[in-house]
Ligand binder design. Structure first.
Ligand code: NAD
Length: 379
């Protein structure tokens, strides 16, 4: 049985779904691994390294039983796959309904890494977390690089330079990593998150938890809930002085399945001092900061505002290594313990069922089925 590693085709995507050092994990299970030529170029892995690790180089995906990628395959590629092929990739179902319809109609079994349930057994397959870790680190490094002053305090014979003050909004996986990184660089960090558990997590990273004396907002599965406009406005008012006093602001707040909450207005950014920097990790999904633009640096008041765009891909080596490990772990779960066929996802398993989008000509993910088949009926 053949697992194919697709060459990414989406603009700016530098990651790859399998790195040479993990090829042996899949061949060890009994699979043949085929890599599209140049698939690893963006993350600095050559075709030769894949071959030395036991893979073959093959451009044609039509003989694959499983195709792994970071971004979903494009429609033309999906139509080339043989019926019953499985794909494993990120697949943002709410924004890719057309692609989901094609996966259904071509009889492809598709799994979305975003949909892997966040239960402890699935932690090693949690690509949202592994990529958020990379993004959080990168955000802190970008802020440190753009700020034209030291992060740490410097006491020298020529006098003392005060450390930079950094505020982090959103303390999930990315936010906590941004806090830890900014702290390691010596900044004085304070952070805010709407979840009740976040204050303790922020403190455990050596930062100050900002207490706005607002009710906490916790939804299902330990995620944040969407807030009312009134609560959002009060939060913005109370955060304004903290942001005005910061040299660097890093925002990482998200609510699953929804547009990112707007936490900081441009008027709040305008209160920041000359030379301040803002890093908005959520720029691609609507932005936590009003006026931020994904993939660009814009000026708001005196601040330079950096909008994140596919931030994990900006560190393609480690991001690919971690993603590839997530992929190997989920494929291992889907591999039969004994006998044939080798690739045999057990749809009674919560992780397999939860991450499956299409199978045998049907959409298995209920919200996507309702969104798509509702729109097809009304069309
Ligand atoms: P996320 O990317 O969905 O959101 C990032 C952060 O933004 C969250 O902490 C959220 O509370 C915060 N946020 C949302 N709206 C906000 C607002 N208006 N103001 C301030 N902050 C706001 O979250 P994530 O990084 O994926 O993690 C969310 C939670 O899930 C965390 O508690 C994390 O520890 C947990 N988690 C569990 C597992 C697991 O059990 N396997 C894996 C990963 C994460």
């Amino acid at each position: 049985m053949r697992i194919a590693v697709a060459r990414e085709t989406r603009d700016g995507e530098m990651r790859v779904a399998l790195v040479p050092e993990l090829v042996g994990k899949l061949t060890g299970l009994g699979y043949e691994v085929a890599v599209q030529p140049g698939a690893g170029v963006g993350s600095l892995s050559s075709d030769e390294e894949y071959v030395e690790s036991g893979a073959i180089i093959e451009d044609d995906l039509s003989s694959a039983d499983v195709v792994v990628s970071v971004q979903p395959l494009d429609i033309a590629t999906i139509r080339l796959l043989k019926q019953g092929t499985a794909t494993v990739s990120f697949l943002p179902v709410s924004t890719e309904l057309g692609l989901v319809a094609d996966l259904r109609d071509t009889g492809v079994t598709s799994f979305a890494m975003e949909l892997v349930p966040r239960i402890s057994r699935a932690q090693s397959m949690d690509a949202l977390s592994s990529q958020a870790l990379v993004a959080g680190y990168r955000c802190a490094i970008v802020a440190a690089g753009m700020l034209r002053r030291f992060f740490p305090q410097n006491m020298t014979a020529a006098g003392t330079i005060q450390p930079a003050k950094v505020v982090v909004l959103g303390a999930g996986v990315a936010g906590l990593q941004a806090i830890a990184t900014a702290r390691r660089l010596g900044a004085v960090v304070s952070a805010y998150d709407v979840r009740a558990a976040a204050a303790e997590e922020i403190r455990s990273m050596g930062a100050k938890a900002i207490d706005l004396e607002l009710e906490t907002l916790e939804g299902a599965g330990g995620y944040a809930r969407e807030m009312t406009e009134d609560r959002a406005a009060r939060q913005r008012d109370l955060l304004a002085p903290h942001i005005a006093a910061a040299d660097g602001l890093i925002t990482t707040a998200a609510v699953p399945g929804r547009q990112a909450p707007m936490l900081v207005t441009s008027a709040m950014v305008e209160q920041m001092r000359p030379g301040s920097v803002v890093v908005d990790l959520a720029a691609e999904t609507g932005g936590n900061v009003e006026g931020s633009v994904a993939g660009e640096v814009v000026r708001i008041g005196h601040a330079q505002v950096w909008g994140g765009r596919n931030v994990p891909s900006q560190m393609p080596g480690p991001a690919s290594r971690l993603y590839a490990q997530n992929i190997v772990n989920i494929l291992t779960l889907m591999t039969a313990k004994e006998g044939e066929p080798l690739f045999a996802p057990d749809f009674d398993d919560e992780i397999v069922a939860g991450s499956c989008v299409t199978h045998a000509g049907e959409i298995r993910h209920a919200p996507t089925r309702e969104a798509l088949e509702g729109s097809e009926t009304s069309a």
